[in-house]
Design a protein around this ligand. Structure first.
Ligand code: GH3
Ligand code: MG
Ligand code: MG
Length: 336
């Protein structure tokens, strides 16, 4: 991936007002995708000369965002999601230990390197490591070391991120796995509790897969699983989570969906699956249970249980159908 070249960052003192975020690399800040391979670095300093010497990070090819205070660093951590934070150990309003604690608490796992104009004695480096940062360098003398250490830690963090993403993915379909689904479900219910944003859960099970396996072999059964997975992927939007929960069971967590739109999505999914043949198998069908928060449940557990019970009913009523869970409040009939 090519990364747009950006003009050098101007580090004159007037640029370094407190709480201000300096967009050293606008492409890097606006487009996390572009900067993913390049490596994103957040620089925290209120000292113009040291900021200027750290322009070397950008010249070394990193997407750099610069801020001038601990408070601004916390905002930038969320916005620009850096792979490494490079922070001044002598910021005016916060000491190095406090800053280290803040950064580590705000974004667990992001490596932090400290720098300053004070000599990097053994005692200073030891204190830095004990506080939870990865290293300390004296600038400008040790700038080459800081660049090398940054590059090393960016690689390490990128690898950690890759492994984490891999650990959340189902090996057969590439969908989210049960672990990732659980986290997403918790997130959606939290959004309901805090902001009263609805969400819906579709639980999906392939009909008669055992028969497919017995008749056409296990790899044909796997092809059916991938077929359903690709229909789920096509139907889901950015904020939705399509997951394989295990075996031939799937979930589609729809962010912001009410029962009406969730049921419509279930029907679209069912039709998408049953209207295309699976190679060497033929047509297959799925059954779907639909439940919505808050209409039919308002906790992670009860939403899952309501959708699961609806799926069970869909199977019992003959399969190849979607079934909506009963309303929580019996006096409020279903909108369908
Ligand atoms: P139902 O309509 O009641 O869901 O029938 P079914 O045959 O799909 O359901 P059942 O629970 O009886 O069996 C599930 C089958 O799915 C049996 C199991 O071998 C198969 N299965 C589970 N995981 C996989 C997998 O990863 N690959 C393949 N090929 N088959 C799988
Ligand atoms: Mg099953
Ligand atoms: Mg089944």
């Amino acid at each position: 991936m090519t990364v747009p070249v950006t003009p050098p960052y101007n580090c004159s003192p007037k640029n370094l007002s407190d709480n201000e975020t300096h967009e050293r690399n606008r492409a890097g800040d606006c487009d996390l995708m572009n900067s993913r391979e390049q490596g994103r670095v957040l620089v925290v300093t209120d000292e113009p000369l040291r900021a200027a010497s750290l322009n070397a990070l950008e010249r070394a090819g990193f997407a750099v965002v610069g801020v001038a205070s601990g408070a601004a660093a916390l905002v930038a951590l969320r916005k620009s999601r850096p792979h490494v934070v490079v922070a001044d150990a002598s910021l005016q309003k916060i000491n190095a230990e406090e800053l280290t604690r803040l950064v580590v608490r705000a974004q667990e796992g992001v490596p932090l390197i400290l720098f300053g104009d004070v000599e990097a004695t053994i005692e200073r480096r030891e204190a830095t490591l004990n506080a939870g940062a990865f290293d300390y360098f004296q600038l400008p003398a040790e700038l080459p070391l800081l660049l090398t250490r940054t590059a090393q830690l960016v690689k390490l963090k990128q690898e950690m991120d890759r492994l984490r993403a891999e650990a959340d993915r189902d090996y057969l379909t590439g969908l989210a796995n049960r672990r990732r689904f659980r986290t997403a479900l918790g997130g959606e219910l939290e959004r309901w509790r805090r902001y009263k944003v609805a969400c819906s859960l579709l639980l999906v099970d392939i009909d008669f897969l055992k028969h497919v396996n017995d008749t056409h072999g296990h790899s044909a059964g796997d092809a059916c699983i991938r077929h359903v997975a690709s229909a789920l992927r096509e139907l889901s939007r950015d904020n939705d989570t399509a997951a394989r929960l295990g075996g031939e069971e799937f979930a589609l967590l729809l962010a912001g969906a009410t029962e009406r739109s969730a049921f419509a999505a279930a029907e679209r999914l069912r039709e998408a699956v049953s209207s295309h043949e699976v190679e060497n198998v033929g047509f297959i069908t799925i059954s779907i249970g639909v439940a919505t928060c808050p209409a039919q449940a308002n906790t992670e557990r009860s939403l899952y249980a309501a959708s699961d019970a609806a799926l069970y009913r869909a199977k019992g009523e003959g399969r190849n159908r979607s079934s909506l869970a009963p309303s929580l409040n019996p006096t409020t009939p279903s909108v369908l």
